[in-house]
Design a protein around this ligand. Structure first.
Ligand code: ADP
Length: 418
């Protein structure tokens, strides 16, 4: 479903909740409203619009009070489910819930429970139409409170989203096929590249003396091209394997990940005389240790690689923001920065912002994005050319008592500003 449709749906849901509330209030305060004619007319008008909206909306609208009594059921419910509206009103239980397919019923019940506690929630599930067809349905559940803030009813707006779910499934399937194909072709290319490299190197060694200058140069070109092709194939395999493999959802200590990354990059840190500032402690997050290592290794590695010639690299890693659920971690450098025009594409595969003199495949940030997406996080970048870059990763936090403990040597002292 498009963002527009979602926004319109959310707006309609909010409007319906408001109109229902006004309609109910109007009922209970009719005497007072009789005295205030103009306001009464306005409310009348709103209530009428409410009825028009619920009658003509291509979505089922059902209102159930806290005692589980269905107090309203819009006509479209019959189109969506195939069952007459009367069946929903008359049923002592929740007739709508009984149409949710067995496998999804628990999820539907959980969503009802959450909305009964006062939260708006959207739930997607499969529903059995009277004709026997199974539909994909999305329901927005919105609690309605009385004037004292007590929940009195829950409004459920349900829509048929079968077409968009099927479309999404088809796209995912095609992506999987494409990915498998890329992976397979790249894998098959490894052997011939290996042969070309091996043969060219053997010729160079065996016949070096008897070869003229031109032939020697040609051999060097072949070996260099084969090396580049090998690096390219490796990066394609690395990128496509990220889609194919499962990524664990476990508790990972970012402190340990960062220790590991800085330890492995300590050679480059020393060589570039870089200062790495670890400000405060990083929390434990949800994800997979190896994948988060790849993320931080890419970002810190790039911060070292794309340093400015005229100053030694200074890299800061810190928690910028956090709440109970999310944490935003910043990796900031004082390097050459990224030109503004390149920023929007920088997370796409094979997009490079600088000259080929700096070695790289252009796949690192694409891998970072793919990993972060797959563990339900985000990654963004701010940069000023010549000044430096700032990458921000937002990840889901995990509770501290479930952190997977890995033993690892502490970060080296030269890698710390503190
Ligand atoms: P590469 O292998 O080229 O380093 P990446 O995908 O890691 O590939 O990065 C893509 C491009 O983004 C790089 O080629 C570089 O131009 C730019 N880039 C990434 N990180 C930084 C950084 N910290 N500072 C400046 N430019 C960067």
């Amino acid at each position: 479903m498009s963002l527009n449709t979602l926004l319109i749906t959310a707006l309609v849901v909010a409007l319906l909740a408001l109109l229902w509330r006004i309609r109910e209030q109007r009922r209970s305060t009719s005497h007072f409203l009789d005295l205030t004619g103009e306001l009464g007319h306005k409310l009348e008008d709103l209530a009428e619009r409410y009825d028009i909206l619920t009658t003509n909306l291509a979505a089922s609208v059902i209102i159930r009070n806290v005692d589980g009594v269905t107090t309203f059921c819009s006509p479209y419910t019959e189109v969506l489910t195939g069952h007459p509206v009367g069946e929903f009103i008359e049923d002592a239980g929740d007739f709508f819930e009984s149409l949710v397919v067995e496998n999804d019923r628990k999820r539907f019940q959980r969503a009802k429970l959450v909305s009964g506690l006062g939260e708006d929630i959207v739930v997607r599930y499969q529903l059995l139409h009277r004709s026997g067809i199974v539909l994909w349905v999305e329901t927005h559940l919105v609690p309605i409170c009385d004037s004292d803030g007590r929940i009195e009813s829950v409004l459920a707006v349900s829509m048929d989203v079968t077409a968009s779910v099927r479309y999404q499934q088809r796209i995912e399937e095609q992506n999987r096929d494409l990915n498998d194909f890329t992976y397979m072709v790249s894998h098959d290319l490894k052997a011939p590249i290996f042969t070309i490299k091996g043969m060219a190197s053997a010729i160079r060694e065996d016949l070096n003396e008897s070869l003229d200058q031109e032939s020697r140069e040609s051999l060097e070109y072949i070996i260099e091209a084969a090396n580049r092709l090998e690096a390219l194939v490796k990066s394609v395999i690395e990128y496509s394997s990220l889609s194919a493999k499962e990524i664990n959802d476990e508790s990972v200590s970012l402190e340990l990940v960062l220790d590991e990354v800085l330890n492995d990059l300590s050679g480059a840190v020393k060589q570039k005389e870089a200062k790495i500032g670890r400000i405060g402690k990083l929390p434990a997050v949800r994800g997979e240790h190896l994948r988060l290592y790849q993320v931080f290794s890419n970002l810190v590695g790039n911060a070292l690689k794309y340093c400015a010639n005229e100053r030694s690299p200074e890299i800061s890693i810190y928690t910028a923001q956090e709440n109970d659920e999310l944490v935003a971690i910043v990796i900031q450098d004082n390097g050459i920065g990224i030109p503004n025009a390149k920023l929007k594409d920088i997370f796409r595969p094979y997009q490079r912002a600088h000259s080929r003199d700096i070695e790289g495949s252009g796949i690192g940030l694409a891998c970072v994005k793919k990993i972060v997406d797959r563990i339900h996080g985000t990654v963004t970048v701010k940069s000023e050319e010549g000044q430096g870059s700032e990458f921000t990763i937002t990840l889901r936090k995990s509770s501290p008592n479930t952190v997977r403990v890995l033993s690892f040597p502490p970060s080296s002292s030269e890698a710390s500003l503190e």
